[in-house]
Write a protein that binds this ligand. Structure first.
Ligand SMILES: Cc1cc2nc3c(=O)[nH]c(=O)nc-3n(C[C@H](O)[C@H](O)[C@H](O)COP(=O)(O)O)c2cc1C
Length: 232
């Protein structure tokens, strides 16, 4: 059977950055190990203060990924409480962040066929995180607990570099804070020591062109909303 088309590879840095978006449905096609290693090695060129390179990750595929997905989905289905070890979102939502959050949420749910107020449907869509949206690669990121805020800044650069490097290969990603909700499951399945904090997960693979949620192109505020130019 001929391979199903995915998305065209990005040809330049600008194209890779512009074409990156969160993909929430992947083809059932493996990512060759050398390609995965090349992406991670390239992403590790990301800068970090004093070059301390604070990132660590578990790259999970095949049977171990199937086991991990099953364990995470079981925790989600059981309604297990979140065990995220740090606050990712504001504890008190306010504008303009609340409106932005709601907008992208509604746009995603509309594409996924979840009506406003449909709690069950929302939970089902949320639950797809724990299947890594069908991706053949699940990445789980950790950081040594004794590292400081600056290292989390470095970490973001590493994560973005993975997502951009993936685009250059025609691959896509979805960063996933949701994965860190079940850090106890991750610790058990992946042998993550207590000295490390789970940062987030990331789905990586070939975008499914038939997945409606993948049509979502999220909006951005215009420059004047977030840049203050000081010039002559
Ligand atoms: C660190 C991080 C964690 C995220 N966690 C999730 C997640 O758990 N599930 C999800 O579907 N999207 C997640 N996202 C994706 C965001 O919703 C997405 O980046 C945002 O809506 C902008 O859309 P775009 O990535 O398509 O440009 C996360 C993004 C980041 C940067």
């Amino acid at each position: 059977m001929p391979e199903q088309e995915s998305r065209p590879a990005a040809g330049s840095a600008a194209e890779a950055i512009a074409s990156r978006r969160s993909i929430r449905g992947f083809l059932d096609r493996p990512v060759p190990r050398p390609m995965l290693e090349a992406i991670l090695a390239l992403a590790a060129r990301a800068p970090s203060g004093s070059n301390i390179q604070p990132w660590k990750l578990h790259a999970v595929t095949g049977a171990p990924l199937a086991r991990l997905k099953a364990a995470l989905m079981a925790a989600h289905d059981a309604g297990a409480p979140s065990q995220r070890e740090y606050e990712y979102y504001p504890t008190a939502w306010r504008e303009p962040y609340l409106a932005r959050r709601r907008q992208v949420g509604w746009q995603l749910y509309a594409l996924a066929g979840v009506a406003r107020g449909d709690r069950e449907g929302g939970l089902r869509q949320q639950g797809r995180n724990f299947d890594f949206f069908g991706a053949p690669v699940g990445l789980v990121f950790t950081i040594d607990r004794d590292l400081e805020q600056g290292s989390w800044l470095d970490y973001g650069m590493f994560l973005q570099s993975i997502m951009i490097a993936a685009r250059a290969e025609g691959l896509d990603t979805c960063p996933q804070a949701a994965i860190a909700n079940y850090s106890d499951v991750l610790r058990r399945e992946l042998g993550i020591p207590a000295t490390e904090t789970v940062v987030c997960g990331m789905a990586l693979g070939w975008a499914d062109p038939d997945e409606p949620a993948n049509r979502l192109v999220s909006e951005r505020a215009p420059l004047q909303d977030f840049v203050t130019f000081h010039a002559d």
